[in-house]
Design a protein around this ligand. Structure first.
Ligand code: 5GP
Ligand code: ZN
Length: 113
C-alpha cells in the first residue's frame, strides 16, 4: 500500500519523531501552521474519522490519553492548544491515513476558515 503515513510510522520515510509506542506515532508536521504542529497517527492504517468503529476505537481512546501528556512535553498544556482531524474533501484532508493535528504556541483563530 502506498501510504505516506504508514511509511513514516514504519520509518521508511524520515520524520521528526515526537512520541511513539506500540499503537501510535507522533511527529512534526513538515509544513507547520503553528510553532507547535504535531501529527498523531495510529500505526494501523485507518483512512479517516469515517472509519472509526468498535474494532479500532481503543486506539483512538489511546491517542486522546496520550495527547495531554504530549501537550505537557511540548509546553502547551497551560497556554492551550487545538486538536483537529480533517475528514474528506470538504474537511481538507490531504493524506488518507487518520491523523490528529496538535497545534499550539500561537493564538489560533476560531472559527477556522
Ligand atoms: P491534512 O491536510 O490531511 O489534514 O494534513 C496532512 C498534513 O500532513 C499536512 O499538514 C502536511 O503538511 C503533512 N504532511 C504531508 N506529508 C508529510 C510528510 O511527508 N512528512 C510530514 N512530517 N508531514 C507531512
Ligand atoms: Zn496508512
Amino acid at each position: 500500500m502506498d501510504c505516506i503515513f504508514c511509511k513514516i510510522a514504519k520509518k521508511e520515510i524520515p520524520s521528526g519523531k515526537v512520541y511513539e509506542d506500540d499503537l501510535i506515532y507522533a511527529f512534526n508536521d513538515i509544513n507547520p501552521q503553528a510553532p507547535v504542529h504535531v501529527l498523531i497517527i495510529p500505526k494501523m492504517h485507518i483512512i479517516s474519522a469515517n472509519e472509526i468503529n468498535d474494532s479500532n476505537k481503543d486506539i483512538i481512546a489511546h491517542i486522546f490519553k496520550v495527547i495531554p501528556q504530549l501537550a505537557k512535553e511540548l509546553g502547551v498544556a497551560e497556554s492551550g492548544y487545538r486538536v483537529v482531524t480533517n475528514c474528506g474533501e470538504d474537511g481538507g484532508q490531504s493524506v488518507s491515513h487518520l491523523h490528529f493535528h496538535l497545534l499550539g504556541k500561537r493564538n489560533l483563530s476560531w472559527p477556522p476558515g
